[in-house]
Design a protein around this ligand. Structure first.
Ligand code: UD1
Length: 377
């Protein structure tokens, strides 16, 4: 069975890694990998491929950055000839980025079945580009692999038949567990001069709703600066935010890094980190503040308190089972919740069901059992 896997942006690479690894082990499967090029920087792409031991892609579409319409269209235009020449039995897409939707639409129109990994998540906020990508991808995909029970419920409510849906766990957690010995050996602490018991928090921001409007971004950073009077915050800056903060392409601010961490307060602005360094950094943090989706899941398994700076989450299992609290973006609330989190030990109800590092093997088992003929619904 020829399976063409598609990945485009940073969180896609984390999800595709355990899947390709598992497929390569299986004699019945010939995996191919397409990198759409939605993310292309060394730190956003090359470093992740190395950290996660992902083989070099068979095709790189090099679409780069553009408006949503142009980026989506360009993935479709460049993927179509690849699908026509390779004629896979299945296209597998992950997550909710523009590349996910574009690849799904292209394959389905050519009559090639599509499997969507991480299906069914819903924020019910249609101003989020990812929500549109999720709803549309799930509506036309043939096989839907869900990470949590809410995913199955949403899909059934949207009229998708139960035999397309498989609850398999979370491939992002497979990656976290598989690479544990690697990230536990990360040199990031030495590089940042962080000693073993030094308290610090980690911050990530990249959602358009938080960072594209300068007033919102300034308000958020002011609140975080208040939090940083109590604990230093390490902030690897996503390229989307870099320009908005007036930082240059190659911005390195080592003196401010050193200042914040050695002074025990303030925000240390860093370039984006690789996968292993970033997980290592989160694993020893007292607190993580984020607007990312995947980080809510990773902190759940790491047992590190997570405050989600959004009004909603499409990943409710991280709140029910994990360490996540969805607190919105009101500056006063951010400071209150951060101080509360710093003064209380994290509570968890244990890992969410099936977040055990075996999701990729469950997915491959379903694909093999169905066989090429059983893939089209
Ligand atoms: C994308 C995904 C988002 C995901 C995020 C993870 C969509 C709609 N959004 O958002 O769901 O959570 O990736 O990071 O698919 N840029 C670079 N170098 C890169 C990539 C981007 O400098 O390698 C800059 C470009 O200026 C670009 C901007 O970052 O315009 C945003 O990149 P884009 O891929 O459009 O969206 P993200 O915000 O990264």
């Amino acid at each position: 069975m020829r399976i063409l896997n598609v990945a485009g942006a940073r969180p896609n690479f984390v999800k595709i890694a355990p899947l390709v690894r598992e497929m390569r082990r299986h004699p019945a499967i010939v995996p191919l990998l397409v990198h759409t090029g939605q993310h292309y920087d060394e730190v956003m792409s090359g470093q992740l491929f190395r950290d996660l031991e992902i083989p070099a892609p068979d095709f790189n579409l090099e679409v780069g950055s553009a408006s949503h319409a142009a980026q989506t269209a360009e993935v479709m235009r460049r993927l179509e000839p690849v699908l026509l020449s390779t004629r896979p039995d299945l296209v597998l897409v992950v997550g909710d980025v523009n590349s996910t939707l574009a690849a799904t639409l292209t394959a389905v129109k050519l009559g090639i079945p599509v499997a969507h990994v991480e299906a069914g998540l819903r924020s019910f906020d249609r101003t989020m580009p990812e929500e549109i990508n999720r709803v549309l991808t799930d509506a036309i995909a043939d096989l839907l692999f869900v990470t949590e029970e809410s995913g199955r419920e949403h899909l059934l409510r949207e009229g998708i038949s139960a035999d397309k849906i498989h609850f398999v766990g979370n491939v992002m957690i497979d990656a976290l567990m598989t690479f544990r010995p690697h990230w536990q050996n990360s040199a990031v602490f030495d590089r940042l001069d962080l000693h073993e018991n030094q308290p610090y928090a980690v911050l990530t921001l990249h959602r358009p709703s938080n960072v594209d409007d300068p007033t919102n971004l300034t308000k958020l950073l002011d609140a975080l600066q208040d939090v940083a009077r109590h604990i230093p915050i390490v902030f690897p800056v996503h390229p989307r935010v870099r320009a908005r903060l007036g930082m240059q392409e190659e911005a390195r601010v080592p003196t401010r890094d050193a200042d914040a961490l050695s002074a025990g307060k303030g925000i240390a602005y860093l370039d984006p980190l690789g996968y292993l360094d970033f997980i290592a950094l989160m694993s020893r943090a007292r607190l993580v503040l984020t607007d990312s989706g995947g980080i809510q899941e990773e902190t759940t398994i790491l047992g590190v308190p997570c405050l989600t700076l959004r009004d909603n989450t499409e990943r409710p299992a991280t709140v029910t089972w994990g360490t996540n609290r969805v607190i919105g973006t009101d500056p006063r609330r951010i400071v209150e919740e951060a101080l509360r989190a710093l003064n209380h030990s994290p509570r968890t109800n244990g890992p969410p069901p099936l977040w055990d590092g075996q999701a990729a093997s469950r997915i491959v088992k379903v694909l093999v059992e169905r066989g090429p003929r059983g893939l089209i619904s």
